[in-house]
Each structure stands twice: as C-alpha cells, then as structure tokens.
Write a protein that binds this ligand. Sequence first.
Ligand code: PEP
Length: 267
Amino acid sequence: MTPVLPLDNGSMATVKYRMRKPFIAANWKMHKTIPEALAFLSAFLPLVKDVTDVTIVLAPPFTALARVSEEVRGSNVRIAAQDLFFEEKGAFTGEISPVMLADVGCSYVIVGHSERRQYFFETDDVVNKKTRAAQKFGLGAIFCIGESLAEREEGKTFEVIHREIERGLDGVAPRGLVVAYEPIWAIGTGRTASPQQAQDAHAFIREKLRGFYGNEAERLCILYGGSVTPENIDSLMEKPDVDGALVGGASLKPEQFASIVTFGRKK
Ligand code: PEP
C-alpha cells in the first residue's frame, strides 16, 4: 500500500499508493453573495485547471448555486449543495428538494453536517431520509459524522461513529456515497485531529462500511474535516484511509483552497 520509491536525488521516498481518487470539497457555509462567489471562481479556476487527479467540489450557499454551476460548466469542478429536504416536492415552505438541486446542476449534497445536527436539530433518522432522497434523485451524498469534544473525552468516539453510520446509512446504497469524518471539536476551532487520530477514525469507518457494502467499501472515499489548511493537508493525506477533505474556513480564499486541492506538490 505504501511503496518506498527512489527519488532523482538518490534518496528514497515513501509514496502512498491510492486506490481511490482524492476528493476535496469546499463547504462555504453561509458565506459569499453571487458577486463574491464569481470573484472566487475567477481566481480559483485558473489555479486548478490542470488538476485531473482530484475530484474538486464547491458547496456554495443555495442562492449562489445556479450561477456558480453555470460558471463551472465544462471545467473540472463539481457543485454540491449544503443541505436538502427529503421530499421531492410539496407544501414544505422554505425547503429545497433533491430534484431542484439536480436541476441547478448539483452533483453532490452535504448531509448531516454537525451544524445541521446541532443548530437545526437534525436526528440520525432525518439524516438517513436526506441521504436516501439524495441518492434516489441521482445526487452523491457527502454524509457527515463525528463526535463532540465531550464524547471524545468520555471515550465514546467510536460508539458515536458506530451509531451515526448504523442509523444514517440504513438502506443507503454505496453509489455516489462519500463519508466525511468531522470531529466537532475540530470544526472551525483551529484544532485539527492529528493524522493518526484521523486515520484511527477512518479505519474504523472503513470497517463499518465493509460491514454494509463488502468489497465496495474499498472504493468509497472517506474525507477528513476540521480545520484543514494548506499546512496540514499533506500529513493528513499520507494516511491510508484519508481520501480527501471537507474544508470550511480555508476554502473561502481561492489561493488557500487551491493549495489544499494541489496537496503533495511542491509549492
Ligand atoms: C466544515 O464546516 O465542514 C469544516 C470542516 O470547517 P473548518 O474547515 O472551518 O473547520
């Protein structure tokens, strides 16, 4: 899995063999008007135009989805929404359906982000319905899980991850599924999980996914999220089960996010 290769200068380097194409997604949360989103794109797209070996995804707020989607058409960047409602249509004032997201050009949707669980009281059951609805209408679900600081300190990290996967992925197929491990204590705090903490959680998640999907689990990307920056992405991506990142704060600046997308290259 991690061959040691000779470099031009005669020294040896450990190179991670990847069986999954890295997947790096920006979660803009409630940031950026349409003009701000367009300004981001005009700086960002040229910086990543030659990147073919990473799936690059931007999740703008709902109001900018249609315009951003138009702007990235024909490029190597895909669009995600940050949330959805699980019904196709109907009397659900203020909600957005998976059909509408597909209609504006989304390929993915984030489900179960800890901010949705915490501030909007989304339960595992709601997250499960949203994940299934995304799949039903052809969207890839970026399914978020992760423990709080109190849960980690009480030694409940794996128990929480186990519960969120068991309930959240019940009846969900592996097609288009991406799992994001986001320890809540690391989100927006500047406190990143160490690469080994991330790997331990990801290996546990992979094992759970094997239980659900057998060998298909080897093809699924597991992203790490929580204060990812250009400085820490390389060491996280070296871990065997870290296949990418879901990035909040550092995805708002085009140069920073491009630097994360082009991880592992000398800058
Ligand atoms: C997130 O919102 O998914 C996230 C990981 O945020 P940040 O990178 O700012 O910690």
